[in-house]
Design a protein around this ligand. Structure first.
Ligand code: DLL
Length: 430
């Protein structure tokens, strides 16, 4: 596959030194906005000795304070708003059911449309594309993010949202969209429904994100649907989908829209880590005005990499997300990211794409990790060995018939559940 033309060549293909100068100018304008607004972030900047935008350059960023999800909760609903001219609000229900709300200015929506148009274009979508958009519409940013970007590209968007799969199958058959946008788990669900209905589709490529998924899941989707499956990453606090996105030619990593979202990766103590080392992603929204954030700690863990040599896109890249800091399980002293379990499970071709990791805490002195997989073969012993080799932990693998693990038609899939007491979270588990 040759290089994919750029939607915003000036931004995506800029010389890295010129981009750095642009980022620094934008950082100073952001600091001016924050100091003028005189809110929480201004007070923290002053405490850190920053009284004027010129006091700071990009190299000084690591010394500046972070913003965390807790800060947004503490100042709920709109304590971090800067521009009063808000045209819409998005957000996420978030961990523990506590909502996070994000106010957008008209300029923010414009940036969002631009970065999502780049993302779709990098996946090979064009103005002639018909985009089947099965991300949820609503407060969640998935549906409207793809919608704004698809329209900016001049493509046609089918605004389907999640669920009502029969109707989606019908429209795939009747309209033959070429681009699929949804969560990876819904891609599997829709793919299975299309296969069961004997429907031939015209999808070439899909942009999947909003929940963790591994290379193994990518292979399952690509085989089931016969398409290229690319990863799109984002979070409401920063803008929504489009913060970073894989393109057909990005070498399996995601191009970060770093002219708008300056990225750092840090360790537990907040110190920068080297490229290639997994760290928590931290974003500074250089251009946003509704709720601009300086050094937002995402909780998401991934590693960063320089631009792909020779690529038309000169943006820094991030690897697939390994998981969230708070997703990390500690089982009998061993640290486990659920994505590591997925990597092992889905590399076994005898196992279906639906699985569940159960963190069994019923006996406090003896926590267990059960991995429930669907297969018609006895794969348990092999998986126990493979999981022990990868994680250094002996898990219990439970094989159940296909169709047993609960499916999520809408929203983000829950592939990890905690079992403290009572009934098992899935039939067949004891
Ligand atoms: O999930 C935005 C989005 C919509 C991204 C559609 C991609 C596609 P939130 O609901 O605020 O926003 O959730 C953000 O979801 O911090 C990650 O933990 C996780 N996440 C998002 N994209 C990916 C991905 C949207 N590609 C949180 N891989 C983030 C793994 C992802 N996790």
């Amino acid at each position: 596959m040759g290089p994919v033309p750029l939607v915003e060549p000036d931004a995506e293909g800029m010389r890295p030194e010129a981009r750095r100068a642009l980022q620094e100018r934008r950082l100073r304008r952001l600091l001016a906005r924050l100091l003028d607004a005189d809110g929480v972030q201004a007070a923290r900047l002053r405490d850190a000795g920053v009284h004027a935008p010129e006091d700071v350059g990009l190299d000084d960023l690591p010394a500046l304070p972070f913003v965390t999800k807790q800060d947004l909760w503490d100042h709920y609903p709109f304590g971090f708003r800067v521009d009063e001219r808000i045209v819409c609000v998005h957000g996420s229900s978030g961990t523990g059911g506590r909502p996070t709300l994000v106010p957008y200015s008209a300029g923010d929506v414009d940036i969002w449309a631009g970065v999502m148009a780049r993302a779709l274009n990098g996946a090979g979508a064009t103005s002639r594309s018909l985009i089947h958009n099965a991300y949820g519409y609503g407060l969640f940013t998935g549906g409207l993010g793809v919608h704004h970007g698809g329209m900016r590209l001049g493509a046609t968007v089918l605004p389907l949202s999640g669920g009502m799969t029969e109707r989606q199958v019908r429209l795939v058959a009747d309209l033959r969209p070429d681009v699929l946008c949804c969560t990876p788990s819904y891609a599997i669900h829709l793919g299975e429904a299309l296969r069961d209905a004997g429907v031939e589709h015209g999808f070439r490529v899909g942009l999947f994100g909003a929940e963790p998924w591994t290379g193994g899941m990518r292979r399952q989707i690509e085989e089931l649907l016969g398409i290229r499956a690319l990863d799109v990453y984002g979070l409401s606090e920063v803008i929504g989908p489009g913060v970073a996105c894989e393109s057909l030619d990005s070498g399996g990593m995601l191009n970060v829209a770093e002219d708008h979202f300056y990225v750092e990766a840090v360790d537990e103590r907040g110190r920068p880590v080297a490229d290639g080392t997994p760290g928590e992603l931290v974003f500074t929204t250089l251009t946003k005005t509704g709720m601009p954030l300086l050094r937002y700690r995402t909780g998401d863990v991934a590693s960063l990499a320089p631009p792909l040599p020779g690529s038309p896109r000169t943006l820094r890249r991030m690897g697939k997300l390994l998981g969230r800091r708070d997703d990390m399980l500690v089982v009998r002293g061993v640290n486990v990211f659920p994505t590591e379990v997925e990597a092992v499970v889905l590399s076994d071709v005898r196992v279906g794409p639906h699985y569940l990791v159960v963190d069994d805490r019923r006996r406090p002195g003896r926590p267990e990790l059960h991995v429930v997989v669907e297969s018609d073969r006895d794969v348990a012993a092999d998986l126990v060995t493979a999981l022990r080799a990868r994680l250094g932990l002996t898990c219990r693998v439970v094989v159940v018939p296909r169709g047993t693990v609960p499916r999520a038609e809408t929203g983000k899939a829950r592939r990890l559940v905690r079992w403290d007491s009572g009934e098992p979270p899935v039939a067949g588990l004891t």
